[in-house]
Design a protein around this ligand. Sequence first.
Ligand SMILES: [Zn+2]
Length: 237
Amino acid sequence: MAENELAALYQVHLIDEALLTMKQRATVLDGGKSIRAEFESLKSEKSAELKALADLESGIATAEQKAKDYREKAAAIERHLFSGKVVNPKEIAGYETEMAQFKKMADDAEWQGIELTEQLPEVKATAMVVKRELQKLAKAYEARQVSDREEGKLLQEEYKAKQEQRGSAAARVSKNLLATYDAVRAKMGTGMGLVAGKACGACGTNIPTKMLEIVREDKVASCPSCHRILFEVVPSA
Ligand SMILES: [Zn+2]
């Protein structure tokens, strides 16, 4: 009975390795969290560049609005002056002074707007580099969310199918051997060590010749160091 049992256990071992790989693949699926984090850190790291553009744009808008308001005020005074309602020379002089002040303020605001606008191309170019990078990350995040969700689903189905396979493969191994194997597996992650040359392929410990002979007779032997059940894969012709 022992001659096929180790080979049967080896099949279980292969399935367990596949299950392990799937679990590892699943841990890489984060639904895009890592990209999201990259996005957030870039955003905060480059916040000064983004703020500079926002500030400049609002500064330009404010200056333009001010210039417009002052010009309207000056125009209103002018209309009033020519309405024929103001006749007192002193009063006229007062309105004219006021009108000149508003015009001057409008000019100043306009000039300020022009100066700010001159800075715009450079500030905008810098901010656009950041914005494009952020856009790229945002897109990658979305794509990753979708692909991780899909892969997660597939992986789950694959895992379930493999688990079922394991059930039928394990049924071909005796309870005792399976229990030994599972105990080692619980401790070491894997339960079987494949003989590689004259060593345990899992931990690298050299296997005594006597023990190798036992393994070659398809009998149960455990690695003296890691206690994994030894098995030698005979290459098929
Ligand atoms: Zn070992």
